[in-house]
Design a protein around this ligand. Structure first.
Ligand code: ZN
Ligand code: ZN
Ligand code: ZN
Ligand code: ZN
Length: 358
Protein backbone atom coordinates (compact mmCIF):
# COMPACT_ATOMS: atom_id res chain seq x y z
CA UNK A 1 0.00 0.00 0.00
CA UNK A 2 0.95 3.66 -0.08
CA UNK A 3 2.54 4.01 -3.48
CA UNK A 4 -0.56 3.20 -5.52
CA UNK A 5 -2.28 6.11 -7.07
CA UNK A 6 -5.62 6.80 -5.46
CA UNK A 7 -8.26 8.98 -7.04
CA UNK A 8 -10.56 10.82 -4.69
CA UNK A 9 -14.19 11.65 -5.40
CA UNK A 10 -15.91 14.77 -4.07
CA UNK A 11 -19.52 15.87 -4.15
CA UNK A 12 -20.26 18.80 -6.47
CA UNK A 13 -23.61 20.21 -5.48
CA UNK A 14 -24.20 22.63 -8.35
CA UNK A 15 -23.71 20.48 -11.41
CA UNK A 16 -25.85 21.33 -14.44
CA UNK A 17 -28.50 18.67 -15.08
CA UNK A 18 -27.25 17.90 -18.62
CA UNK A 19 -23.86 16.87 -17.24
CA UNK A 20 -25.45 14.05 -15.29
CA UNK A 21 -27.11 12.37 -18.26
CA UNK A 22 -26.05 9.03 -19.72
CA UNK A 23 -24.41 10.50 -22.84
CA UNK A 24 -22.01 12.47 -20.64
CA UNK A 25 -20.83 9.28 -18.89
CA UNK A 26 -21.22 10.88 -15.48
CA UNK A 27 -19.98 10.02 -12.01
CA UNK A 28 -22.84 10.94 -9.73
CA UNK A 29 -24.72 10.41 -6.52
CA UNK A 30 -28.49 10.01 -6.21
CA UNK A 31 -31.36 10.88 -8.51
CA UNK A 32 -32.14 8.20 -11.09
CA UNK A 33 -29.39 6.02 -12.54
CA UNK A 34 -27.82 7.33 -15.77
CA UNK A 35 -27.67 3.88 -17.33
CA UNK A 36 -24.73 3.07 -19.60
CA UNK A 37 -25.63 0.05 -21.72
CA UNK A 38 -29.32 -0.44 -22.49
CA UNK A 39 -29.17 -4.23 -22.62
CA UNK A 40 -29.42 -6.45 -19.59
CA UNK A 41 -30.32 -3.83 -17.00
CA UNK A 42 -30.75 -5.28 -13.51
CA UNK A 43 -34.44 -6.07 -13.06
CA UNK A 44 -36.80 -5.59 -10.12
CA UNK A 45 -35.81 -8.96 -8.63
CA UNK A 46 -32.12 -8.08 -8.59
CA UNK A 47 -32.78 -4.62 -7.13
CA UNK A 48 -35.02 -5.86 -4.33
CA UNK A 49 -33.51 -5.50 -0.87
CA UNK A 50 -32.50 -8.91 0.40
CA UNK A 51 -33.59 -7.97 3.92
CA UNK A 52 -36.96 -6.19 3.68
CA UNK A 53 -37.95 -7.02 0.09
CA UNK A 54 -38.54 -3.41 -1.00
CA UNK A 55 -36.90 -1.89 -4.09
CA UNK A 56 -33.43 -0.43 -3.47
CA UNK A 57 -32.73 3.19 -4.39
CA UNK A 58 -29.93 4.30 -6.69
CA UNK A 59 -26.99 5.42 -4.56
CA UNK A 60 -24.16 6.35 -6.92
CA UNK A 61 -22.35 5.52 -10.13
CA UNK A 62 -18.74 5.82 -11.19
CA UNK A 63 -17.49 6.00 -14.75
CA UNK A 64 -14.41 3.78 -14.67
CA UNK A 65 -13.29 2.76 -18.17
CA UNK A 66 -10.31 0.45 -18.66
CA UNK A 67 -8.24 2.08 -21.43
CA UNK A 68 -6.38 -1.12 -22.35
CA UNK A 69 -9.60 -3.06 -22.94
CA UNK A 70 -11.48 -2.44 -26.19
CA UNK A 71 -14.61 -4.09 -24.76
CA UNK A 72 -14.56 -1.70 -21.79
CA UNK A 73 -13.88 1.60 -23.54
CA UNK A 74 -16.94 2.73 -21.58
CA UNK A 75 -17.42 1.17 -18.18
CA UNK A 76 -19.55 2.18 -15.22
CA UNK A 77 -20.30 0.82 -11.78
CA UNK A 78 -23.75 1.31 -10.25
CA UNK A 79 -24.43 1.12 -6.54
CA UNK A 80 -27.91 0.70 -5.02
CA UNK A 81 -29.04 0.69 -1.41
CA UNK A 82 -32.20 0.09 0.58
CA UNK A 83 -33.95 3.10 2.13
CA UNK A 84 -34.64 1.29 5.42
CA UNK A 85 -31.96 1.98 8.08
CA UNK A 86 -32.61 -1.34 9.81
CA UNK A 87 -31.51 -3.24 6.70
CA UNK A 88 -27.93 -1.94 7.16
CA UNK A 89 -27.33 -3.36 10.64
CA UNK A 90 -25.12 -6.41 9.99
CA UNK A 91 -21.52 -5.66 9.02
CA UNK A 92 -19.49 -7.73 6.59
CA UNK A 93 -20.80 -8.96 3.25
CA UNK A 94 -23.63 -6.59 2.43
CA UNK A 95 -26.81 -8.50 3.35
CA UNK A 96 -28.69 -7.70 0.18
CA UNK A 97 -29.47 -4.14 1.25
CA UNK A 98 -26.57 -2.93 -0.90
CA UNK A 99 -26.04 -3.98 -4.51
CA UNK A 100 -23.40 -3.11 -7.07
CA UNK A 101 -23.47 -3.76 -10.83
CA UNK A 102 -20.83 -3.37 -13.52
CA UNK A 103 -21.55 -2.59 -17.15
CA UNK A 104 -19.27 -1.90 -20.10
CA UNK A 105 -19.39 -1.10 -23.81
CA UNK A 106 -16.90 -0.91 -26.66
CA UNK A 107 -16.26 2.49 -28.23
CA UNK A 108 -18.31 1.52 -31.25
CA UNK A 109 -21.79 0.68 -29.99
CA UNK A 110 -25.46 1.22 -30.81
CA UNK A 111 -26.20 3.75 -28.08
CA UNK A 112 -23.44 6.37 -28.00
CA UNK A 113 -21.44 8.39 -30.47
CA UNK A 114 -17.94 7.18 -31.34
CA UNK A 115 -16.68 10.69 -30.55
CA UNK A 116 -16.34 12.06 -27.03
CA UNK A 117 -19.47 13.77 -25.69
CA UNK A 118 -19.87 17.52 -26.27
CA UNK A 119 -18.56 19.70 -23.47
CA UNK A 120 -21.22 22.32 -24.01
CA UNK A 121 -24.82 22.18 -22.87
CA UNK A 122 -27.25 20.94 -25.54
CA UNK A 123 -28.99 23.69 -27.53
CA UNK A 124 -32.38 22.21 -26.86
CA UNK A 125 -33.02 21.44 -23.24
CA UNK A 126 -34.18 17.86 -22.90
CA UNK A 127 -36.61 16.80 -20.21
CA UNK A 128 -34.64 16.22 -17.04
CA UNK A 129 -36.49 13.04 -16.21
CA UNK A 130 -36.05 10.50 -18.95
CA UNK A 131 -38.25 7.46 -18.44
CA UNK A 132 -37.63 5.75 -21.74
CA UNK A 133 -34.38 4.34 -23.06
CA UNK A 134 -33.41 4.80 -26.71
CA UNK A 135 -34.13 1.11 -27.26
CA UNK A 136 -37.71 1.71 -26.07
CA UNK A 137 -37.51 0.09 -22.64
CA UNK A 138 -39.68 1.89 -20.08
CA UNK A 139 -38.37 2.89 -16.68
CA UNK A 140 -40.14 3.12 -13.32
CA UNK A 141 -41.50 6.60 -12.59
CA UNK A 142 -40.28 6.41 -9.02
CA UNK A 143 -36.80 4.88 -9.16
CA UNK A 144 -35.70 5.00 -12.83
CA UNK A 145 -35.02 1.26 -12.98
CA UNK A 146 -36.70 -1.15 -15.38
CA UNK A 147 -40.47 -0.78 -15.20
CA UNK A 148 -42.19 -3.88 -16.56
CA UNK A 149 -45.47 -3.12 -14.71
CA UNK A 150 -47.96 -0.63 -16.15
CA UNK A 151 -50.76 1.42 -14.62
CA UNK A 152 -53.89 -0.54 -15.50
CA UNK A 153 -55.91 2.66 -16.08
CA UNK A 154 -53.73 4.84 -18.33
CA UNK A 155 -51.31 2.12 -19.49
CA UNK A 156 -48.69 4.85 -19.73
CA UNK A 157 -47.10 4.96 -16.31
CA UNK A 158 -44.49 2.25 -15.73
CA UNK A 159 -43.26 0.77 -12.49
CA UNK A 160 -40.67 -1.66 -11.25
CA UNK A 161 -42.96 -3.00 -8.58
CA UNK A 162 -46.28 -2.79 -6.79
CA UNK A 163 -44.51 -0.80 -4.03
CA UNK A 164 -43.62 1.98 -6.44
CA UNK A 165 -46.97 1.95 -8.16
CA UNK A 166 -48.64 2.56 -4.81
CA UNK A 167 -46.09 5.24 -3.92
CA UNK A 168 -46.70 7.11 -7.18
CA UNK A 169 -50.48 6.74 -6.96
CA UNK A 170 -50.68 8.35 -3.55
CA UNK A 171 -48.02 10.95 -4.35
CA UNK A 172 -49.90 12.28 -7.37
CA UNK A 173 -50.60 9.82 -10.17
CA UNK A 174 -54.11 9.40 -8.79
CA UNK A 175 -54.74 12.95 -10.00
CA UNK A 176 -52.66 12.91 -13.21
CA UNK A 177 -53.60 9.42 -14.45
CA UNK A 178 -56.46 10.77 -16.59
CA UNK A 179 -54.20 13.41 -18.19
CA UNK A 180 -51.79 10.95 -19.70
CA UNK A 181 -50.03 13.63 -21.80
CA UNK A 182 -48.95 15.33 -18.57
CA UNK A 183 -47.26 12.22 -17.27
CA UNK A 184 -43.62 13.14 -17.69
CA UNK A 185 -44.12 16.69 -16.52
CA UNK A 186 -46.16 15.72 -13.50
CA UNK A 187 -43.72 13.53 -11.66
CA UNK A 188 -44.29 14.13 -7.97
CA UNK A 189 -41.61 13.97 -5.32
CA UNK A 190 -41.91 10.46 -3.99
CA UNK A 191 -39.30 11.06 -1.28
CA UNK A 192 -37.60 7.92 -2.50
CA UNK A 193 -34.57 9.08 -4.49
CA UNK A 194 -31.41 10.29 -2.80
CA UNK A 195 -30.45 13.91 -3.58
CA UNK A 196 -28.52 14.21 -6.85
CA UNK A 197 -24.93 15.50 -7.13
CA UNK A 198 -22.05 15.17 -9.51
CA UNK A 199 -18.94 13.38 -8.27
CA UNK A 200 -15.74 15.11 -9.35
CA UNK A 201 -12.50 13.21 -9.16
CA UNK A 202 -8.92 14.23 -8.55
CA UNK A 203 -5.71 12.37 -7.68
CA UNK A 204 -4.88 12.07 -4.02
CA UNK A 205 -1.79 13.96 -2.96
CA UNK A 206 0.08 12.16 -0.25
CA UNK A 207 2.68 14.49 1.09
CA UNK A 208 3.63 12.78 4.32
CA UNK A 209 5.05 15.94 5.91
CA UNK A 210 1.67 17.57 5.44
CA UNK A 211 -0.04 14.63 7.03
CA UNK A 212 2.22 14.83 10.06
CA UNK A 213 1.69 18.53 10.45
CA UNK A 214 -2.02 18.08 10.20
CA UNK A 215 -1.90 15.23 12.67
CA UNK A 216 -0.12 17.42 15.21
CA UNK A 217 -2.73 20.10 14.74
CA UNK A 218 -5.52 17.61 15.21
CA UNK A 219 -4.00 16.26 18.37
CA UNK A 220 -3.73 19.72 19.81
CA UNK A 221 -7.28 20.49 18.90
CA UNK A 222 -8.54 17.28 20.45
CA UNK A 223 -6.82 18.08 23.70
CA UNK A 224 -8.52 21.42 24.01
CA UNK A 225 -11.97 20.53 22.89
CA UNK A 226 -14.65 19.03 25.03
CA UNK A 227 -17.43 17.04 23.42
CA UNK A 228 -19.69 19.60 21.86
CA UNK A 229 -23.41 19.35 22.24
CA UNK A 230 -24.22 21.50 19.27
CA UNK A 231 -26.06 19.44 16.70
CA UNK A 232 -25.52 21.82 13.82
CA UNK A 233 -22.00 20.65 12.98
CA UNK A 234 -21.56 18.24 10.14
CA UNK A 235 -21.88 14.53 10.61
CA UNK A 236 -18.16 14.04 9.96
CA UNK A 237 -17.22 16.02 13.01
CA UNK A 238 -19.61 14.18 15.28
CA UNK A 239 -18.43 10.93 13.96
CA UNK A 240 -14.76 11.77 14.31
CA UNK A 241 -15.37 13.00 17.86
CA UNK A 242 -17.23 9.87 18.79
CA UNK A 243 -14.47 7.73 17.39
CA UNK A 244 -11.75 9.74 19.07
CA UNK A 245 -13.29 8.99 22.44
CA UNK A 246 -13.40 5.32 21.79
CA UNK A 247 -10.20 3.97 23.29
CA UNK A 248 -9.67 0.46 22.00
CA UNK A 249 -7.20 -1.38 19.86
CA UNK A 250 -9.20 -0.08 16.91
CA UNK A 251 -7.66 3.27 17.70
CA UNK A 252 -4.53 2.66 15.69
CA UNK A 253 -6.43 1.65 12.61
CA UNK A 254 -8.85 4.50 13.01
CA UNK A 255 -5.97 6.89 13.60
CA UNK A 256 -4.43 5.80 10.30
CA UNK A 257 -7.78 6.19 8.57
CA UNK A 258 -8.17 9.68 9.98
CA UNK A 259 -4.62 10.67 9.03
CA UNK A 260 -5.06 9.50 5.49
CA UNK A 261 -8.25 11.45 4.96
CA UNK A 262 -7.23 14.52 6.97
CA UNK A 263 -5.81 16.38 3.97
CA UNK A 264 -9.04 15.96 2.04
CA UNK A 265 -11.69 15.43 4.69
CA UNK A 266 -14.54 15.94 2.20
CA UNK A 267 -13.67 12.89 0.11
CA UNK A 268 -16.63 10.57 -0.48
CA UNK A 269 -14.93 8.06 -2.80
CA UNK A 270 -11.46 6.50 -2.92
CA UNK A 271 -10.78 4.79 -6.22
CA UNK A 272 -7.77 2.52 -6.78
CA UNK A 273 -8.11 -0.52 -9.01
CA UNK A 274 -4.38 -1.25 -9.26
CA UNK A 275 -3.78 -3.17 -6.09
CA UNK A 276 -4.02 -0.50 -3.40
CA UNK A 277 -6.74 -1.97 -1.24
CA UNK A 278 -9.14 0.05 0.89
CA UNK A 279 -8.26 1.91 4.05
CA UNK A 280 -10.19 0.30 6.88
CA UNK A 281 -11.94 2.33 9.52
CA UNK A 282 -11.61 -0.17 12.35
CA UNK A 283 -9.93 -3.45 13.23
CA UNK A 284 -13.22 -5.32 13.28
CA UNK A 285 -14.65 -7.01 10.24
CA UNK A 286 -11.73 -6.75 7.86
CA UNK A 287 -12.38 -9.37 5.18
CA UNK A 288 -9.89 -12.14 4.48
CA UNK A 289 -9.25 -13.09 0.89
CA UNK A 290 -11.59 -16.07 1.28
CA UNK A 291 -14.41 -13.71 2.32
CA UNK A 292 -14.51 -12.12 -1.13
CA UNK A 293 -16.44 -14.48 -3.41
CA UNK A 294 -15.31 -15.08 -6.97
CA UNK A 295 -17.15 -13.52 -9.89
CA UNK A 296 -19.77 -15.58 -11.72
CA UNK A 297 -17.11 -16.14 -14.43
CA UNK A 298 -15.15 -17.84 -11.60
CA UNK A 299 -12.44 -15.18 -11.79
CA UNK A 300 -11.09 -13.55 -8.64
CA UNK A 301 -12.47 -10.24 -7.48
CA UNK A 302 -10.17 -7.33 -6.62
CA UNK A 303 -10.75 -4.12 -4.70
CA UNK A 304 -11.80 -1.26 -6.96
CA UNK A 305 -13.15 1.58 -4.82
CA UNK A 306 -14.57 2.47 -1.45
CA UNK A 307 -17.39 4.74 -0.33
CA UNK A 308 -16.50 6.90 2.63
CA UNK A 309 -18.79 7.73 5.57
CA UNK A 310 -18.70 11.41 4.52
CA UNK A 311 -21.19 10.56 1.77
CA UNK A 312 -23.87 9.93 4.40
CA UNK A 313 -24.06 13.61 5.30
CA UNK A 314 -24.91 14.42 1.65
CA UNK A 315 -27.64 11.81 1.44
CA UNK A 316 -29.77 13.64 4.02
CA UNK A 317 -30.63 10.39 5.74
CA UNK A 318 -29.90 11.58 9.23
CA UNK A 319 -32.76 10.86 11.58
CA UNK A 320 -33.23 10.95 15.34
CA UNK A 321 -34.34 7.35 15.47
CA UNK A 322 -32.05 5.36 13.18
CA UNK A 323 -30.21 6.36 10.02
CA UNK A 324 -28.71 4.53 7.08
CA UNK A 325 -25.14 4.06 8.23
CA UNK A 326 -21.77 2.59 7.36
CA UNK A 327 -18.13 3.08 8.26
CA UNK A 328 -16.96 2.32 4.77
CA UNK A 329 -18.17 0.30 1.80
CA UNK A 330 -15.48 -1.58 -0.11
CA UNK A 331 -16.41 -2.60 -3.64
CA UNK A 332 -14.72 -5.60 -5.26
CA UNK A 333 -15.02 -6.32 -8.98
CA UNK A 334 -13.96 -9.08 -11.35
CA UNK A 335 -10.19 -8.99 -11.92
CA UNK A 336 -10.73 -10.34 -15.45
CA UNK A 337 -13.38 -7.68 -15.99
CA UNK A 338 -15.40 -10.37 -17.74
CA UNK A 339 -17.99 -9.47 -20.29
CA UNK A 340 -20.70 -12.10 -19.96
CA UNK A 341 -23.07 -11.11 -22.74
CA UNK A 342 -22.76 -7.33 -22.14
CA UNK A 343 -25.23 -7.50 -19.28
CA UNK A 344 -25.03 -5.70 -15.99
CA UNK A 345 -22.90 -8.02 -13.87
CA UNK A 346 -23.41 -8.04 -10.13
CA UNK A 347 -20.24 -7.45 -8.11
CA UNK A 348 -19.48 -7.54 -4.39
CA UNK A 349 -19.68 -5.07 -1.49
CA UNK A 350 -18.15 -5.42 1.94
CA UNK A 351 -19.53 -3.13 4.62
CA UNK A 352 -17.44 -2.14 7.60
CA UNK A 353 -19.01 -0.27 10.51
CA UNK A 354 -17.33 2.46 12.50
CA UNK A 355 -17.60 0.74 15.84
CA UNK A 356 -20.21 -1.15 17.82
CA UNK A 357 -20.27 1.30 20.69
CA UNK A 358 -20.87 4.44 18.67
ZN1 ZN B 1 -34.35 -3.24 3.01
ZN1 ZN C 1 -39.29 1.63 -9.03
ZN1 ZN D 1 -52.27 5.74 -14.73
ZN1 ZN E 1 -15.93 -12.13 -14.01
Amino acid sequence: MGSQRVELGFVEEDAAAWRLRSDQFPCKVGGRPAWLGEAGLPGPAELRCGVCGQPCAFLLQLYAPLPDRTDAFHRSLFLFGCRQPACYRPAGPAPGSLRVFRNQLPRKNDTYSYDPPPEEPPLKELPCVNLQLKCGAQLCRVCGCLGPKTCSRCHKAHYCSKDHQVLDWTAGHKASCSQADQLNIAIPDHKFLFPEYEIVREPEETDSSNINEKKQEDLEKNEESTPADETSESLDVNFLEAMAKHETQDDKIFQKFKERISLEPEQVIRYCRDGGGPIWISGKNIPQEADIPNCSCSGKRIFEFQVMPQLLSHLKVDSLVESIDWGTLAIYTCDENCNLGSHYTEEFIWKQDISSSV
